[in-house]
Design a protein around this ligand. Structure first.
Ligand code: NAP
Length: 254
């Protein structure tokens, strides 16, 4: 018996990186997985095959979480395929590097909008679409994948950290509103994680070509991995967190 047997998780941005790690970990714990991706259908299909190899159901769903109609279609398609979604992991996102890491005074409004749309509006659209049916389930979980950027507020990350802060504000409010329905809402805030986004960040900011160049200087002698983040998500969604909601857990090696 797995901790998440009988549950259905929708993981946004499940085709790569942290999202892929979350899909596999929740599947190992017993959940069926609705895998959202943006454009990388092959990668999403591979994750679905990996989930099925663990003995769980998996389906893939293209959608741009920054677009309200896409989120509506995504939620409807996942509910149609699985009958319910009782775990929503808002993981999909783009890094500050994707918009050139400008200083606030030089940032383009369009770039800020793009980050807000992906990190704050996407989770909002999907919560609107999926939380009402979660209230009918014995338990619901919403986990937001934020970032340590929303506590460090370092230079050149202003638009990204503002978008993550908006995401976190939604989570903390939603947690208080939905507790009465046994819906738990929590935030996981990763430090540097070895993914395409993580590598783009350190190439830009530290001029390295490989994460291996950074391992020694990192906590515990290694760069964080998607499994480290996935473990925190699994904890928040599992029975050991039955009296835990409205929490923010930093997973950065301390
Ligand atoms: P990644 O390797 O770049 O993967 C991004 C994932 O999100 C992909 O599955 C991508 O889909 C999907 N995606 C991107 N934009 C989307 C959109 N508009 N709609 C739907 N899906 C979209 O990123 P990652 O490092 O795993 O990051 C995952 C989350 O962790 C992000 O929210 C990020 O801000 C956060 N985070 C990352 C780090 C880090 O160091 N890596 C640190 C702190 C927080 P496709 O495959 O189809 O492109």
């Amino acid at each position: 018996m797995g901790d998440l047997d009988g549950r259905v998780a929708l993981v946004t941005g499940g085709s790569r990186g942290i999202g892929r790690g979350i899909c596999l970990r929740l599947a190992e714990d017993g959940a069926d997985i609705a895998i959202n991706y943006h454009s990388n259908a092959d990668a999403a299909r591979e994750v679905a095959e990996e989930v099925r190899a663990l003995g769980r159901r998996a389906e893939t769903f293209p959608a741009d979480v920054a677009v309200e109609d896409d989120c509506g279609r995504l939620a409807a398609a996942a509910l149609e395929a699985f009958g319910k979604v009782d775990i929503l992991v808002n993981n999909a996102g783009i890094g500050a590097t994707a918009v050139g890491r400008p200083h606030v005074a030089e940032a383009e409004p369009e770039a800020f909008y793009q980050l807000m749309a992906a990190h704050a509006f996407g989770p909002f659209y999907l919560s609107r679409a999926l939380v009402p049916q979660m209230r009918e389930q014995p338990r619901g979980d919403v986990v937001m994948i934020s970032s340590v950027a929303a506590q460090g507020y370092g230079p050149t990350g202003g638009t990204y950290s503002a978008a993550k802060s908006a995401m976190e504000a939604l989570a903390h409010t939603l947690a208080k509103e939905e507790r009465q329905h046994n819906i738990h809402v929590n935030v996981v805030a990763p430090g540097l994680v070895e993914t395409d986004m993580g590598l783009a960040l350190v190439k830009f900011t530290r001029g390295v070509q490989s994460m291996r160049e950074l391992d020694q200087g990192q906590p515990f002698g290694r760069v964080g991995q998607p499994v480290d983040i996935a473990a925190a998500v699994a904890f928040f969604c599992g029975p050991r967190s039955s009296y835990i909601t409205n929490q923010r857990l930093t997973v950065s090696g301390g």
